[in-house]
Design a binder for this molecule. Structure first.
Ligand code: PXL
Length: 276
């Protein structure tokens, strides 16, 4: 009996605002990948929207993942973490899954902030813990803000020259991840996503809309994850994610949607397979 690729998705559940699990689950499903959610926190809406209610699920996480000890995943996709105390539980899950299945790929989206600022619930201790988690990952997908935070590099905007991007990628790889994808590097009229593996780098350029919608990184990482789970090579998966994000961002801008409501990916979801 053939089986579908199966991914454990460690992320928060935000009721409103199109980010984290509400983005990951439909994207993986539409590409025929089984998505198994591991909620790290429940929020009524994402932290960029005023007055959100938040429950951290740190205490529930060990029992949740322990109950999966007999399951094997092709990939683990980890995103927003609710608190510093979750790091060891998540790390142990990476380790036990890799022991059971050496081919299990860990995609760590190092969600911490954007535009030079930390997200509301992220503390310096949580950022330090994220840095430790990087050493257990196969692929990390920091944006420019997160790449700077992880490497203690002063942040001076989303524009990076090639030499700066390569230096950041080298420093990130030195933290222990096999591959690094730095997302959202700004270059006048284009946005570049840089893939760095084994000392080699490629830049993948897409159209820049100059609008920053909430959950953009989550949509990018979710498409990347689904493409990888279906067997795409990393540079191809980055290309697919970049092209789809560009189309969705242009569509959302045309619709005049408020940035904090997130990307209107729903009407384009059924076209996602065409970008592979
Ligand atoms: O898009 C990243 C993200 C994920 N989860 C929550 C967030 C954010 C960004 O604001 O608030 C809860």
């Amino acid at each position: 009996m053939s089986r579908l690729p199966c991914v454990a998705c460690i992320n928060d559940l935000s009721g409103y605002g199109r980010c984290s699990l509400t983005t990951a689950l439909p994207v993986l499903s539409v590409l025929g990948v089984q998505a198994c959610p591991v909620p790290t926190a429940v929020l009524s809406k994402h932290t960029g929207l005023a007055g959100y209610a938040f429950t951290d699920l740190t205490d529930f996480l060990p029992a949740y993942l322990q109950s999966w000890h007999d399951l094997q995943f092709d990939m683990i996709y980890s995103g927003f973490l609710g608190a510093e105390g979750q790091m060891n539980t998540v790390r142990d899950f990476f380790i036990t899954q890799k022991k059971q299945n050496p081919h299990c790929t860990v995609l760590l989206d190092t969600v911490m902030g954007d535009n030079g600022k930390l997200y509301d619930t992220y503390t310096p201790a949580l950022c330090r813990a994220m840095r430790t988690l990087v050493s257990y990952a196969d692929i990390i997908t920091p944006n420019v803000t997160e790449a700077c935070l992880l490497t203690d590099t002063p942040y001076h905007g989303e524009t990076l020259h090639t030499t700066e991007a390569v230096t950041l990628a080298e420093q990130l790889a030195a933290l222990g991840s096999k591959a690094v994808v730095i997302t959202g590097i700004v270059r006048e009229d284009i946005i570049c996503n840089m893939t760095y593996i084994g000392g080699e780098y490629t830049f993948d350029a897409v159209h820049r809309t100059k609008c920053l919608f909430s959950g953009t990184g989550d949509l990018f990482a979710s498409v990347l994850c689904a493409a990888l789970a279906r067997g795409c090579a990393l540079p191809d998966a980055v290309n697919t994610a970049g092209k789809f994000l560009s189309a969705v961002t242009q569509y959302t801008k045309q619709q005049g949607a408020p940035a904090e409501e997130g990307l209107r990916f729903e009407p384009l979801l059924r076209t996602l397979e065409d970008y592979l």
